[in-house]
Design a protein around this ligand. Structure first.
Ligand SMILES: Cc1cc2nc3c(=O)[nH]c(=O)nc-3n(C[C@H](O)[C@H](O)[C@H](O)COP(=O)(O)OP(=O)(O)OC[C@H]3O[C@@H](n4cnc5c(N)ncnc54)[C@H](O)[C@@H]3O)c2cc1C
Length: 324
């Protein structure tokens, strides 16, 4: 019988992504309730040293697949290894972060194993002895609860920042597995890393975002200044991206990145449904817009009706004083 809750420990450049710790923390609660083991799956090259950090967040066991061919993420290599491991150990559930890598891997593994996959989830609970996941539909207009009643493992990708990462130290048992990456069709020629002092958008606790109301690329500087005071990442609406003011890599929304920060400050963003789809699960939303009828105020926890070119600099100065 399938048993054990597994979490994909996503790592990049020797660092485990925060979402993996979040999934372990919540997975720990679920494992305890179900009386099952909580395990992490760590894939890469020279990654065994990261196993201890996974134990810090409650993993009973860490399966480590360490192989030269797994140095960089490839759909084929990681799918081959993870799917083989799941076939061998038969966990009841497999959770991944809803990140670029997590989404890609989850779809492939679910297809390979012919099991169910709930994507883009923003909640998880146990009902009638099984995991039930909640996720938005129609770009956040409604929410549904879904469970995978038969096929195993029940798989889900869960948005970063959905759960808190809570330290719960365990001396995790490390199981080194013979990882056969198989045939890898993808060829990685170059990895271009963006160098930025700011946190990565999908990992950021605070995001300051700008839309068409910013009026031009040069004005994003005032958002960057506010972001610097808050230690925040900078995001944008598609309108700002389409206008060529900022790169697509910082677009938030249905066709951009899904973010779930603790605080999202939306400046000159109207709140189109496609934008809300990427950020409405933020714990606290502050909207600055000169149109009091703007849709963004319907989802905002705090709304400031005013000209952002006046409000943002004042906010920055006041926050500087408070945070000094
Ligand atoms: C298939 C599809 C996918 C899409 N995907 C995305 C996506 O991923 N992300 C996304 O964001 N959009 C997406 N869109 C586009 C989306 O529908 C909207 O067009 C877009 O979000 C609007 O961006 P905006 O709010 O910046 O601009 P607008 O809707 O033009 O809003 C600008 C706002 O700025 C305010 N404003 C203007 N000047 C000031 C000022 N001085 N001070 C304060 N406020 C001011 C205005 O009152 C207005 O509310 C998608 C659309 C489609 C069809």
């Amino acid at each position: 019988m399938a048993k054990g809750i597994w979490v994909f420990a996503e790592q990049l450049g020797g660092q485990v992504k925060k979402v993996s710790f979040e999934l372990l923390s919540e997975g720990r609660k679920a494992a305890d309730q179900l009386g099952e083991e909580l395990c992490a799956v760590l894939v890469g090259k020279d990654v065994a040293g990261l196993a201890e950090s996974l134990g810090e967040y409650g993993a009973d066991k860490v399966y480590v697949a360490d192989n030269d061919a797994l140095e960089n993420y490839t759909t084929d290599g990681y799918t081959n290894v993870v799917a083989d491991l799941i076939k061998q150990y038969e966990p009841s559930a497999f959770l991944l972060g809803c990140t670029v890598t997590g989404r890609d891997l989850a779809a492939q593994v679910a297809q390979r194993l012919q099991t169910g996959l709930m994507t883009d989830c923003i909640g998880m609970e146990i009902a009638d002895g099984q995991l039930v996941f909640s996720r938005p539909l129609y770009a956040g207009k409604i929410f549904v609860n879904a469970a995978c009643s038969e096929a195993r493992p029940a798989m889900a990708t869960i948005r970063p920042n959905t759960f808190a990462a809570v330290a719960n130290p365990k001396a995790a048992e490390v199981v080194k597995v013979d990882a056969n990456a198989g045939d890898i069709r993808q060829v990685i020629k170059d990895i271009v890393r963006q160098v930025s002092e700011r946190p990565e958008l999908t990992e950021a606790d605070i995001i300051v975002s700008g839309g068409r109301g910013m009026k031009g690329p040069e004005n994003f500087k005032i958002l960057e200044e506010l972001a610097d005071v808050l230690g925040a990442a900078v995001g944008a609406s598609r309108a700002a991206v389409d206008a060529g003011w900022v790169p697509q890599s910082i677009q938030v929304g249905q066709t951009g990145k899904t973010v779930s920060p603790v605080l999202y400050v939306a400046c000159g963003i109207s709140g189109a449904i496609q934008h809300l789809a990427g950020m409405s699960s933020a714990k606290c939303i502050v909207a600055i817009n000169k149109d009091e009828e703007a849709n963004i105020f319907k989802v905002a926890d705090y709304g400031i009706v005013g000209d952002l070119f006046e409000v943002v600099p004042i906010l920055k100065e006041e926050l500087k004083k408070v945070l000094a």
